[in-house]
Design a protein around this ligand. Sequence first.
Ligand SMILES: Nc1ncnc2c1ncn2[C@@H]1O[C@H](COP(=O)(O)OP(=O)(O)O)[C@@H](O)[C@H]1O
Ligand SMILES: [Mg+2]
Length: 266
Amino acid sequence: MNAKQNTTKSGGTSGSGKNGPATEGGGEPMIEAIGLSKFYGPFAACRDISFTVNRGEVVAFLGPNGAGKSTTMKMLTGYLAPSQGLAKIAGHNMATDRLAGAERLGYLPENGPLYPDMTPFSLLEFFADARGMSQERKQERIEVVVELCMLQSVLYKAIGKLSKGYRQRVGMAQALLHEPDVLILDEPTAGLDPNQIREVRHALTRIGQQKTILLSTHILQEVRAMASRVILINEGRKVFDGTVDELDKNHAGLDEAFHRLTTAGV
Ligand SMILES: Nc1ncnc2c1ncn2[C@@H]1O[C@H](COP(=O)(O)OP(=O)(O)O)[C@@H](O)[C@H]1O
Ligand SMILES: [Mg+2]
């Protein structure tokens, strides 16, 4: 009932339990949502959302369909202009200093890459060129992400003809291409089969040791394995920000806590 807490503005400092690497790296803020709102006419897709993700944290961004997760992520990445508020990546204001922020940021949009006629290889080359990588670095990085995301067998097939799982992995490869230290991943496991979900989870656990990650997901069982902290939104508002253990403080399971916090007042 009373879990409508706001652990802290600077995030993660409450991580006292076993999931406590939250403050690693001295609490440098890498992802900052500062009073973000998005209005479509009279409708608020997001309303006054504030939180901070510090260096080295892996934070799960939860909420029912339509809660405003993708909208918040798009504002954080600079793809969507907020109606109110401010988004910062690695200290860069994404309204005024977007390119500097984008250099530090990898973003997996909600439906993966939108270039059905390109092959994974040409897409990665395209993004590498757009980011101004040298020929040498381009080759090296494409090799690394192709291996990391296991794209070898589909490298020269049209993206539009790939399965959802492969398309998601192409999106991941593109997000990781320039070796960003901040990742915003919108449902990276959506549409994947259980084996693919395992692979993504393992990859994220590996990657997450050096990076700052905000990821949205519907799979609550994944949260405990991947994230040290949870931010939960409902109907465009933040309703919880705390550790996984705090979310499940009644030990009734995360789905119970999720249900309680997202149906209150209905
Ligand atoms: N361009 C848009 N115009 C009008 N309403 C939108 C637009 N984009 C999103 N919405 C609405 O905003 C709400 C939040 O959407 P979204 O951020 O995609 O939620 P989530 O990712 O949590 O499922 C939904 O009700 C959605 O229908
Ligand atoms: Mg979404």
